[in-house]
Design a binder for this molecule. Structure first.
Ligand SMILES: NC(=O)c1ccc[n+]([C@@H]2O[C@H](COP(=O)([O-])OP(=O)(O)OC[C@H]3O[C@@H](n4cnc5c(N)ncnc54)[C@H](O)[C@@H]3O)[C@@H](O)[C@H]2O)c1
Length: 359
């Protein structure tokens, strides 16, 4: 099989990171083209890698040889660009979130099914060693019956951040604020752990920013199909900004992931009786340090970009390339991301109407 070729659409913060990820993949994928209406941004990513630049996706699809298209543009443009690439016979990697509403993701699902193409949604923290370990332990039953979870994103984004792109903080192109843009990663991990959310009640507010349409603070409570309960808290308004945390609690174990690192883990292996005479002493112990890879944050990806994100994008691309070759199941497709976006949109609807929303 020849080396797959990639076109990056949108050469901003995350498009530049996708360029670095291509380098880190060490020849597993080749950058063919970069699309951005701002030529110097496209050139900054394309130039050092010998790729071509285009002002719009249509010309790239017509003129560049490319197997995969990575959509790295403002969120509210993801659906249209993904559908355009699918209809031209290309596979797609789309940045999180896949679109701003579940209805728009449904349009992309329909286009994918019609084209027979392949779409993966970036949710790189699913590939963090801490997440993988937690999901494996849940699947093995070592947390018992899942009872409750917390997704809390206590971040700070200055007004300058929102002013840095005219799409940031808008309903049409950002699709929401602290929860949709920043919180979606942790919400996605909560949903990966607990399964389908069925009802949510929430409040949102804009408390410490001007010139944004969307919320800078959201709180909510969610009920999952299993009966488990969850708490959502996302803000970009708290100085100096703390961390993104996930708590997962069950009848036989609990885990906390704080800024991508497993900081607490206590699980009970199958067959151990929690009330048995030999078990009581170790009940409260933190086992996180027994898993050094998971209990430290993933390494930063290389690259000159000071905002270089973690290595996790590289791991997700490895899964995407293996899934395209039919060698591994795809970890994050449109259906998985749709659950998280539906929950977040449920938060917005509940905050607007003052009533619980069934999902
Ligand atoms: N996975 C992550 O951790 C992560 C991190 C940051 C951003 N993101 C996501 O990536 C997306 C982009 O965010 P960003 O921070 O890079 O934004 P950005 O504003 O820095 O970059 C967006 C780029 O897209 C270009 N663009 C706009 N419309 C275009 C079009 N139709 N065709 C081609 N290029 C177009 C703009 O000129 C700009 O250069 C968002 O959906 C965001 O949620 C994901």
């Amino acid at each position: 099989m020849s080396t797959p070729t990639l076109t990056i659409v949108g050469a901003g913060v995350i498009g530049r990171h996708h360029g670095n990820v291509v380098d880190e993949l060490g020849g597993a994928i080749e950058l063919a083209a970069v699309v951005d209406p701002v030529e110097e941004r496209a050139e900054q990513v394309a130039g050092p890698r010998g790729a071509r630049t285009f002002p719009d996706l249509r010309s790239a699809l017509e003129q560049a040889q490319t197997d995969l298209v990575a959509v790295c543009t403002p969120t509210g443009t993801h659906g249209e660009l993904t559908i355009q690439a699918l209809r031209a016979g290309r596979d797609v990697v789309v940045e999180k979130p896949a679109e701003i509403t579940p209805a728009k993701i449904d349009e992309v699902i329909a286009a994918r099914d019609e084209s027979g193409g392949f779409v993966s949604v970036i949710s790189q923290h699913r590939f963090d060693p801490s997440t993988r370990l937690l999901l494996d332990r849940i699947a093995a039953g070592e947390l018992g019956t899942l009872v409750s979870g917390i997704a809390s994103i206590d971040w700070y984004r200055s007004q300058g951040y929102y002013d840095s792109g005219n799409w940031r903080g808008t309903w049409e192109l950002d699709g929401g604020g602290a929860l949709m843009n920043q919180g979606v990663h942790t919400v996605d991990l909560l949903v990966a752990a607990f399964g389908r959310p069925v009802e949510v009640t929430a409040y949102t507010a804009t408390l410490a920013h001007e010139r944004i349409e969307v919320e800078d603070t959201a709180v909510g409570v969610v009920r999952f199909e299993s009966g488990a309960l969850g708490v959502l808290h996302a803000t970009t308004a708290v100085y100096p900004g703390l961390s993104a945390r996930l708590h997962v609690h069950g009848s036989r174990g609990s885990a906390v992931i704080d800024d991508d690192a497993l900081t607490f883990l206590h699980v009970t292996p199958a067959g151990v009786d929690l009330d048995g005479p030999d078990y009581g002493g170790s009940r409260a112990g933190n086992q996180a340090a027994d898993h050094p890879e998971a209990s430290s944050p993933p390494p930063r990806a290389a690259g000159a970009d000071p905002s270089a994100l973690s290595q996790a994008h590289v791991w997700q691309y490895e899964n995407i390339l293996a899934a395209r070759r039919g060698e591994e199941p795809l970890v994050v497709g449109l259906e998985e991301n749709r659950r998280s976006v539906a929950l977040i949109c449920g938060v917005y609807e509940s905050a607007r109407t003052g009533a619980p929303v069934r999902l």
